[in-house]
Design a protein. Structure first.
Length: 332
């Protein structure tokens, strides 16, 4: 009897000794998780306040009739049907936005890469050329757009005057529906300094030993760029394309300012100017969102447009990331 009692007591003691390490390990894990959440809390709070809640609110108001004065009322899919089927400016605005995304992003990447290659090859006065190419990027968007509109003015602008000296009759630029978007592309290429710096850093990071080995093999300039430079800078090119698509999807300030200045309409306190001059050729989806939400007080339709733009941007970004991942060489 005594033997059985002592054996059971020893078993319970061993069980207690076995459970104590398990309990302490669980407590350590809980404390570790709370530490991780504490370090992540600034990002989690910012994500919830500035992205999560606005996204949920946008989805909510897309099914409501809300003029920012009266309480919202549920209308179902009426806002979606109005935007996708009945709004006459949705098609031109979406087309202009997609056109700017395709043309502007492609030319900015190519031009920025070309300027980066040029600057890295210059041996004398490299500091001056780096500064000269980067300074236009520092100009405020509104000031740069106003200056560009005056430079490309068809009657008094110096660009058309210089073209006239060599016998070329320049277009009307921002006053021509066919030239308004290319003029905005020229403006974006003028401020190419951000991409130049990014590409210049990536080009300088390419191992020189690979260039030396290519020279020993008798490789030319194009062969070295294709098999040495391009594989090394592919992740940077993908980054430039993805960020360029996201930024151009939100293209607003330059197109709006250029249209207002080129139209010649005096802008004063309380004045409302319809965006998209001339003939809705510079109208983008963000401008249409602002017009619906803050000029026409049609918050539901503005939220629908915002969601459509968000879905398109996410789809294009995911497609680029998926296709671009296959172009990035795997590390050994």
């Amino acid at each position: 009897m005594a033997l059985s009692i002592s054996s059971s007591a020893g078993a319970s003691a061993r069980t207690g000794q076995d459970t104590r390490p398990d309990m302490s390990l669980k407590r350590k894990r809980v404390r570790h998780r709370w530490k991780v959440l504490g370090f992540l809390s600034p990002w989690l709070i910012g994500f919830s306040v500035f992205f999560g809640y606005p996204l949920i609110a946008t989805v909510y108001f897309s099914f409501m009739h809300y003029n920012q004065i009266k309480s919202p009322t549920f209308v179902g899919l009426k806002n979606w049907k109005y935007v996708l089927e009945q709004m006459p400016l949705f098609g031109p605005a979406l087309w202009n936005t997609i056109w700017l995304v395709v043309v502007m992003v492609a030319l900015r990447v190519v031009f920025g890469l070309g300027i980066g290659l040029l600057v890295t090859k210059i041996k004398t006065g490299v500091g001056f050329f780096r500064t000269a190419f980067y300074l236009p990027y520092l100009a405020p968007p509104v000031a740069a757009t106003v200056a560009f509109v005056f430079l490309l003015n068809p009657s008094t602008g110096p660009v058309d005057q210089v073209l006239g000296w060599v016998g070329i009759h320049g277009p009307t630029w921002f006053n021509d529906p066919h030239w308004a978007k290319p003029s905005l592309v020229l403006l974006s290429l003028w401020g190419i300094g951000d991409l130049m710096v990014i590409f210049m850093a990536s080009l300088l990071d390419v191992p020189k030993e690979q260039y030396e080995a290519a020279d020993l093999d008798g490789a030319g300039a194009w062969t070295k760029f294709r098999f040495v430079t391009w594989p090394s800078i592919t992740p940077i090119v993908l980054f430039a394309v993805v960020t360029g698509v996201v930024q151009t999807m939100q293209y607003y300030t330059q197109a709006l300012v250029a249209g207002k200045i080129a139209s010649g309409v005096s802008i004063g306190p309380g004045s409302v100017v319809q965006p998209g001059y001339p003939d809705h050729s510079t109208l983008t989806v963000p401008q249409l969102v602002y017009q619906l939400g803050f000029q026409n007080f049609n918050t539901g339709a503005a939220c629908v447009l915002s969601l459509v733009l968000f879905v398109i941007a996410m789809a294009v970004t995911l497609l680029l990331m998926r296709k671009g991942a296959g172009l990035i060489p795997a590390e050994d």
